[in-house]
Design a protein around this ligand. Structure first.
Ligand code: NAD
Length: 456
C-alpha cells in the first residue's frame, strides 16, 4: 500500500466491505484488550526505552488507562450505537423522528510522544467503536512504542481496516494531503494550526488536543501540606512532560516558603534524596527538549533541584521561587520538570494575570472555601481541571477531556470518544397513510391561521 493512497484505499474497502458490525467492533476491542494484557512486559520495556518510565507509571497512565477505556466502551457500546427516537412537534404530525450514529468513514489519528501508548490508543478505541477505518500515526520521538503499536495493531486489524504509519514530518505531511473524513490530532498548538490548515482544504472536521500553560492557584484557606503533595505528584509525573501538568503555581506571598518546604519534603519521600538513582523518576525525551528546559532556568532563583545530566537526559525536579510574569519561563508551556512559583497579595490580581494568557488546557485551584471555589471556577475559562487536586480529572470517563481556545477544539474519553468519531444523522420518518394538506399551495388565510396555532 503506498503512503500517498492510504485514505483512498481504506475508503474503497469501507465502501466494498461495509462498516464493521457492533459485534465485530466489540470482538476487535476484546482482542486488543487481551493482547495488551499479554504483551505488558514489552510495553513496559518500550516506555522504559523511550522515556525511562517505571512499570508503575506505565501501568497507571498508559496500560491501565487503555484497558479501562476498552472495558467501559465494551460495556456501553450497544447502547451508544442504538438508534434514538426523539420527540416530534405537533406541526410535523403524524411522523416520527430518529437519530442514527454513523461513523465518519476514514479517520486520521496523529499522536505525540509524552504518553505515546495511551494518547495513540485512547482516541483509536473511540474511532473503532464508532465503526471507522483508521490511519494511526504514532510519534517518531517515542520510536520503541511506535513500532510496538504497529506490531500490536497489525496482529488484530487487517490493512483494509486500520493502517499504522510510522515516521515523522515527511510521512505526516503525505498523510495530511489526503482526504480524510475526520482528523484527530494531539500535540502542540503550533502544529495544531498546521493540521487545521490542511484539514480546511477538504473541510475535514477536526479534534485538536493541544497544550498551553496550565495554572495552579492556591488561596489563603488551602491545606498547604496536601496541596504541596498533590502538585508535586502531578507536576513531576512523567518528569513534567504531561499536557495537563501544573505549569506554574500562584500563592499568597507569605505562604511561598512553607509551600516550598513541603514540596521539598514530598520530593524526597517520592523519589528519595537522590532522584537520579530513583527508578520511579523518568527522563526527558531527547536532547532538544533537554537543552530547551535547561535554558529556561538560567538566571532564575532555584529553590530546589536544578541538577542535570545531558547524557542520561536527566533533569531533577526543579522549583523556582519569586518568579516574575515577565521571566522567560513564563512565556511558553514548560512541558518538563521545572515549576515556577509566583506570589500575589490579592487573589483578584492573580486571576487578572491568568486571564491575560490564552485559555489553558487545565486549571487547578486549592482552597477550603466553597464560595471562593465556585467564584474562581466561574471566572476562569479552561479545558478541564480539579479543585484540591491535579491531573486526575482526565481519569474519569464521565468527564469529557479537551481544551478550549488555543488549548484545543473538541474533547474525548468515555462516550465522548464515541460521539467524536460519529456523525449523528437525523431522520424524520413521515407517514404515508395520512397527508396533512396544510403546507401545500395554494395558500390562504385559513391555512395561515392554522399554521400560526402550531408555530408561535
Ligand atoms: P508536536 O506537535 O511536535 O507533534 C505531535 C505530532 O505531530 C507528532 O506525531 C509529529 O510527528 C507530528 N508533527 C510534528 N510537526 C509536524 C508538522 N509540521 N506537520 C505535521 N505534523 C507534524 O507535539 P509533541 O512534541 O509530540 O507533544 C508535545 C505537545 O503536545 C505539548 O504542547 C503538549 O501540551 C501537547 N499535548 C497535548 C495533549 C492533550 O491531550 N491536549 C496531550 C499530550 C501532549
Amino acid at each position: 500500500m503506498s503512503l500517498q493512497n492510504r485514505a483512498a484505499e481504506l475508503r474503497i474497502s469501507l465502501q466494498q466491505d461495509g462498516v464493521l458490525s457492533v459485534e465485530q467492533r466489540k470482538n476487535k476491542l476484546e482482542l486488543l484488550k487481551k493482547k495488551i494484557i499479554a504483551i505488558q512486559p514489552e510495553i513496559n520495556q518500550a516506555l522504559k526505552d523511550d522515556l525511562g518510565k517505571s512499570a508503575f507509571e506505565t501501568y497507571t497512565t498508559e496500560i491501565g488507562f487503555i484497558l479501562e477505556e476498552i472495558s467501559y466502551t465494551l460495556k456501553n457500546l450497544k447502547a451508544w450505537t442504538e438508534t434514538k427516537k426523539v420527540k416530534t412537534p405537533l406541526a410535523l404530525f403524524p411522523g416520527k423522528s430518529f437519530i442514527h450514529a454513523e461513523p465518519y468513514g476514514v479517520v486520521l489519528i496523529i499522536s505525540p510522544w509524552n504518553y505515546p501508548f495511551q494518547l495513540c490508543l485512547s482516541p483509536f478505541i473511540g474511532a473503532i467503536a464508532a465503526g471507522n477505518r483508521v490511519v494511526l500515526k504514532p510519534s517518531e520521538y517515542a520510536s520503541h512504542t511506535s513500532s510496538l503499536i504497529k506490531r500490536l495493531i497489525t496482529e488484530i486489524f487487517s490493512d483494509k481496516e486500520v493502517c499504522v504509519v510510522e515516521g515523522g514530518l515527511e510521512e505526516t505531511q503525505a498523510l495530511l494531503q489526503q482526504k480524510f473524513d475526520y482528523i484527530f490530532f494531539t500535540g502542540s498548538t503550533a502544529v495544531g494550526k498546521v493540521i487545521m490548515k490542511s484539514a480546511a482544504e477538504y473541510l475535514t472536521p477536526v479534534t485538536l488536543e493541544l497544550g498551553g500553560k496550565s495554572p495552579c492557584l492556591i488561596d489563603e484557606t488551602a491545606n498547604i501540606d496536601l496541596a504541596a503533595k498533590r502538585i508535586v505528584w502531578g507536576k513531576f509525573l512523567n518528569a513534567g512532560q504531561t499536557c495537563v501538568a501544573p505549569d506554574y503555581v500562584l500563592i499568597p506571598e507569605h505562604l511561598q516558603n512553607l509551600l516550598i518546604d513541603k514540596m521539598k519534603h514530598y520530593l524526597s519521600v517520592f523519589y528519595s534524596p537522590n532522584v537520579e538513582s530513583s527508578k520511579d523518576y523518568p527522563r526527558i525525551v531527547n536532547h532538544r527538549h533537554f537543552d530547551r528546559l535547561k535554558e529556561l532556568i538560567t538566571d532564575c532563583d532555584v529553590a530546589h533541584g536544578g541538577d542535570f545530566n545531558r547524557e542520561d537526559h536527566f533533569i531533577s525536579p526543579t522549583i523556582l521561587k519569586d518568579v516574575q510574569w515577565t521571566d522567560k519561563v513564563m512565556e511558553d508551556e514548560i512541558f518538563g520538570p521545572v515549576l515556577p512559583i509566583l506570589t500575589y497579595t490579592k487573589i483578584d490580581e492573580a486571576v487578572a494575570h491568568i486571564l491575560k494568557y490564552p485559555k489553558p488546557l487545565a486549571f487547578y485551584f486549592f482552597s477550603e472555601d466553597s464560595s471562593q471555589q465556585k467564584s474562581i471556577v466561574s471566572q476562569i475559562p479552561f479545558g478541564g481541571g480539579c479543585i484540591n487536586d491535579t491531573v486526575v480529572h482526565l481519569a474519569n470517563p464521565h468527564l469529557p477531556f479537551g481544551g478550549v481556545g488555543t488549548s484545543g477544539i473538541g474533547s474525548y474519553h468515555g462516550q465522548k470518544s464515541f460521539d467524536t468519531f460519529s456523525h449523528y444523522k437525523s431522520v424524520y420518518h413521515q407517514s404515508s397513510v395520512i397527508d396533512v394538506p396544510l403546507r401545500y399551495p395554494p395558500y390562504n388565510e385559513n391555512k395561515l391561521s392554522w399554521v400560526k396555532l402550531f408555530l408561535r
